[in-house]
Ligand binder design. Structure first.
Ligand code: V0D
Length: 252
């Protein structure tokens, strides 16, 4: 096997991906945009498999943003068929390989058929202890923080929380998935240098890797490139380089 140059000891624990460029990929080939989305599902399969085999603990994929509801209705309708198409083959694979499926985003705005598909996948994989695979659907980072604030206010009215005791850790427990760890590596395909309202809270210290590769052309090789790029970075969490070299910030 070819040498990958990846150091197994420092695989990012949480990788999040903005899967952009499906429409452009299709247009370059004279295809309909929806054919780009369908090709994108193949890249999801390849990337999930590669991440699992590399030992990534959490993989979060931005499948549908809260802003994507403004796309043409025909495109939205096609997109909403993709979760079911994906699970026709991949649910059995997830069960077999210990993958735990989770979702974040405004479930109440999704078609009932999509919610049923998601619920079944989440339920049938909930006891799995391998990679956590998170689909962000009808998701926006600001919306998630507002929803968290709403849940917090409800608990406050019930006398369950004290304003003075609130801190970052206790606030994070109100986010869509309280177990979702901070993102180590944020990957964006399709060249744009934007965060686009993806995981805002969780990307506070993320390393960002933007590639010109369009999502339907992304797979194991490109994931390995992104991880190699991540492994070349010095992560400082607000400290100086000298402090990092002196070992400040090490978990005691
Ligand atoms: C289109 C590129 C997998 C991004 C990938 C509903 C845009 C292909 C899923 C999926 C989409 C979602 C939930 C789930 C299992 C699979 C998906 C959408 C779009 C939007 F539980 N790919 N995918 N969902 N695309």
């Amino acid at each position: 096997m070819a040498e990958s140059g990846i150091r197994a000891e420092v695989i990012p624990r949480h990788i999040a991906v903005i899967m952009d460029g499906n429409g452009r990929w299709a247009e370059q080939r004279g295809l309909a945009r929806t054919q780009g989305h369908q090709a994108g599902v193949e890249s999801v399969r390849a990337t999930v498999r590669a991440a699992r085999e590399l030992g990534v603990a959490w993989l979060t994929l931005f499948a549908f943003s809260s802003e994507n509801w403004n796309r043409p209705k025909a495109e939205v309708d096609t997109l909403m068929q993709l979760p079911e198409a994906y699970f026709e083959t991949e649910l059995a694979d997830a069960i077999e390989n210990g993958v735990r499926i989770r979702t974040i985003g405004r479930r109440d705005s999704l078609p009932a058929s999509v919610v049923r598909t998601l619920d079944e996948a989440v339920r049938r994989t909930r006891d799995n202890t391998g990679m956590n695979l998170v689909f962000a659907l009808s998701y926006g980072g600001r919306g998630e923080i507002v929803d968290a604030a709403r849940r917090l206010l409800r608990d406050h009215e019930l006398g369950k929380v004290d304003a003075e005791a609130l801190d970052e850790k206790s606030f994070a427990a109100y986010l869509d998935d309280p177990e979702l760890p901070d993102v180590d590596l944020l990957i964006r395909t399709g060249s744009e240098l934007r965060v686009s309202n993806f995981l805002l809270w969780q990307i506070a210290y993320a390393e960002i890797h933007v590639t010109d590769v369009l999502w339907p052309d992304f797979g194991r090789r490109q994931l390995e490139d992104a991880i190699r790029d991540f492994q070349s970075r010095e992560r400082r969490y607000g400290l100086t380089s000298a402090q990092v070299r002196a070992g400040a910030g090490e978990r005691s």
